[in-house]
Design a protein around this ligand. Structure first.
Ligand SMILES: C[S@@+](CC[C@H](N)C(=O)[O-])C[C@H]1O[C@@H](n2cnc3c(N)ncnc32)[C@H](O)[C@@H]1O
Length: 274
């Protein structure tokens, strides 16, 4: 029995039997952002709404990513993957892989034997599979429908796990992060890349203008979906960032955790080891 997670005493801590897995305490703290959903009027769960939203914008997702970030997201992704250079991971799990940008980039930067990408949106995975095929990377990258909160792999399966712009969309942040901890091998490393909010006054004003006006209107113009980019703003606002995020990792048993703000704090890298 693994009591590592019992450091965290939360309201709904419960003993959970998992097939092929040891009994673990599943921490169930609810964070403000867990309740931020794409459509407040919908009766669907956050997970179902998020999957539908990404299915709907998948065809324009890569273009809008590059366009709205002016290509900076590529630099952020490279920097995040470089956190794994010294580990030289052979087997990588890319959680919330979307259209497989991180997985594809990881083949070039880290040259692993195998990368498995999981995501709950088949629309995003379809776009990803086409990219993987076009690049002839089918032997290295496998894309599967899978949920971060019930990862369909045995304990201690992966040398490294990456999540780019995914954790903010989890329905239960802690559940996802504790599942990732379970499937990491001892000594394995998690790298998270996620939006955060800039702290400098000038940068903050520009950022707010961008998130409130530019992103939703561009989203509407190119993907016919304004609300997806309004959800982006709302979910970033409520998301635990910096020390708040590394504290969550610490409480779940991750070791040597750290965070690195990028581009005036618009984005952050978070890491932790098992
Ligand atoms: C903003 S996209 C990021 C995609 C990709 N990682 C990237 O860097 O471009 C967020 C992705 O998270 C996925 N997602 C959200 N919740 C998830 C969950 N519980 N399990 C797996 N994927 C999830 C969505 O379907 C979506 O594809």
């Amino acid at each position: 029995m693994n009591f590592a997670n019992c450091k965290l005493q939360t309201a709904n801590c419960q003993l959970q039997p998992l097939s092929q897995k040891p009994l673990i305490f599943a921490p169930m703290t609810e964070f403000a952002h867990d309740t931020v959903v794409p459509d407040k009027t919908s009766s669907l769960s956050k997970k179902q709404q998020v999957a539908e939203m990404f299915d709907g914008i998948a065809f324009r997702y890569d273009f809008l990513n590059r366009f709205l970030s002016a290509g900076i997201d590529v630099k952020w992704r490279k920097k995040a993957l470089r956190q794994l250079l010294s580990l030289q991971p052979k087997h990588i799990l890319d959680v919330a892989t979307g259209t497989a940008d991180m997985a594809i980039m990881a083949t070039a930067i880290l040259q692993p034997e195998k990368i498995t990408g999981i995501d709950i949106s088949d629309g995003m995975l379809d776009v990803g599979r086409k990219k993987v095929e076009k690049l002839g990377l089918q032997k290295t990258i496998e894309l599967l429908n899978g949920d971060s909160e019930t990862i369909n792999f045995d304990n201690n399966s992966f040398d490294a796990v990456t999540v780019a712009f995914g954790v903010r969309n989890f329905q239960h942040l802690e559940k996802g992060l504790s599942e990732i901890f379970r499937v990491l091998k001892p000594g394995g490393k998690l790298v998270v890349l996620e939006f955060s909010r800039p702290k400098m006054v000038g940068a903050k004003a520009m950022y707010n203008l961008y998130m409130k006006i530019v992103a939703p209107n561009m989203g509407k113009l190119f993907s016919k979906n304004r609300s997806a980019y309004e959800y982006l703003d709302q979910s970033i606002k409520k998301f635990p960032e910096g020390k708040d995020f590394t504290n969550i990792l610490d409480n779940l048993g991750y070791q040597h955790t750290y965070s690195k703000p990028l581009s005036l704090g618009i984005c952050s890298i978070y890491c932790g080891e098992k």
